[in-house]
Write a protein that binds this ligand. Sequence first.
Ligand SMILES: Cc1ncc(COP(=O)(O)O)c(C=O)c1O
Length: 445
Amino acid sequence: MTTADLGNVGTNAAIHEETIEKYRRYVNTSFVAGIEPVVVEKAEGSTVHDADGTEYLDCFAGISVVNAGHRHPRVLDAVRAQLDQVVHAATYIYHVPVVADLAEKLAQVTPGDLTKSFFGNSGAEGIETAVRLAKAYTGRHEVISLTHSFHGRTAGTLSITGNQARKTRGGPYLAGVAFAPAPYVYRNPFGTDDPEVIADRCAEMVEWAISYQTSGDVAAFIAEPVMGEGGILVPPSSYFSRVKEILDRHGILFIADEVQSGFGRTGEMFAIEHFGIVPDIMVMAKGIADGFPLSATIARDEIADCLRPGEHLSTFGGNPVSCAAALANIAVLEDEQLPQESARKGAHTIGRLQELAKRHPLIGDVRGLGLMIGAELVTDRESKGPASKQAVEVRRLCREAGVLIGVGGQAGNVLRIQPPLVISDEQLDHAIDTIDKALAIVAGQ
Ligand SMILES: Cc1ncc(COP(=O)(O)O)c(C=O)c1O
């Protein structure tokens, strides 16, 4: 199939060139440097179409956002219907039915006794809210985070981000933040590859951070249940329950940052469900509304209710159109069993990447949960030197072959495969075949 078969999508090299030029001149973006951009004229399902007529298989989903696929018809219908009702009404003096309906739905689909949502617009705004809630509820002021973590790009969220590559030239950062080592099984300082030992050691390091890096005035511990930007790091299964015991002993709240791992991405509705614990506060964004901007910070009643009138507000937060999209999106995830599909497709994809690892010494580690998958490239398996240039080259070659993948990790050496959960089995196999060929070319260079 070519883009011409899609009716209103055609080959328009002029629009492609013009858009790139206008971006170069007028759009302030730092990440595009070094990447040849795709000029998206139209997107649907797992496919994006460049104005120049090229069709791409999207294995990155707009950075893990369009879990139900680009422009899912049910999401679009809900948005069109909401456009005829009300587009904006800030929560200050207005109540909107669709916002109430979404809040009720989130209380139903999130784990345990998480009940009351604060709506914002972005992941970072949601995290800021979570930290503020934790401080207000506990009356304490410090936060423990993890190395390799990413929580956003506001001053507050960068302060609790444990990844130098994301923090350059933004400091000095907020005081009162301590870091414990990420449960990064492939690269850990404990001289073992036994996940349970690593879980224990890393949990003990949370207690160590409380004892030696803080004044004991700790409000919250924040973690991504599966770390995304850090290179798709999946903690050992007992890690979070061990950490939770420690936090409970110290009266510290657990904030789960599900911004990237939520809404079916990892094979459960939320990644923390794999670990059998319930967080005190949970933050959702990205996959919540299939591409419409929205975040939700949900907490137990007594935590949510600690905000005083007028203390916290977001003008655009809980936009009715985004909330309508989110309600339809969650219905699609449930009706099409997309978390289950993610688990099945993810297991198949990880299996295929493990097969590739037998033939490609560049692959040092394959890991993931559901369709949140990483393949860490190394110069050699003994030294585990990060093969960062090779990862970027594999991404470039895949793009040339019509497959979009991401790259992440502290050293930028982890291939990230996070497609829409509606991607077909054939499309997934095609993506892995393409990565296979790209790895062979890079190894031969
Ligand atoms: C785990 C995590 N938290 C927070 C954020 C920040 O989200 P946003 O870019 O919507 O502010 C991201 C974005 O990549 C993320 O992956």
